[in-house]
Design a protein. Sequence first.
Length: 227
Amino acid sequence: MRARVVGSCNPATYLTISCTVFSSIFRYKTRNKEHRHRVAFITINPSMALNVSSRLTRSIVRVLASRSVIPVTRQLATTPCWTHLRCLQHVRVIRYDGSSLRNFSSSSQLSIDVSYEQLKKLLLSDSSVVLDVREPWELREYGNIPGSINVPLGQVNGALQLTPDEFKEKYGGVMPSQSQNIVFTCLAGVRSKKALETAVSLGYTKVQHYPGGWQEWAEHQLIKTKD
């Protein structure tokens, strides 16, 4: 049984991983009484992160995160096995199947792709920040989407870990918070999707991208000018 999870022994730090889950029976004795419990063993494969089977993931997380699945005795709680299992209680799940992205603890589902019309509305919203991940020379030569902030793809990881003051000083705009919706855009949707994945790995859950990019935006603006 395979599933992808996001987890860490430290609840404040999360690592995107892929894992294979095996189930086995764990036996131990207390006061001459034998106990049998089903235990999950995990092997990690980082190379397959973010490709999630949501149904399996939900089932596995419910098992691993539940304290009632494996009863805790004084003897069991001190074993290395239980120590590792306790680490798995700090679990979050990211669903990423190419069409949607969801935090496991949230009941809402956000479409990853935004259209031209949706982007125009998001640019006017205080709850959204549009980040253009093209290189600065591309904006100078071809133009930019009004209201967007230019953060080149290679700088996205570092930029989203700056303080708000540092971000504003370097990029000239307001740094998006964890509660805001981030929309990434580029030339034609390739770099913006990579930027989206970077934001997800940093813990951002309200992330989208504009697959049409500058090419589609410019086409719509040209048609609007002709009209």
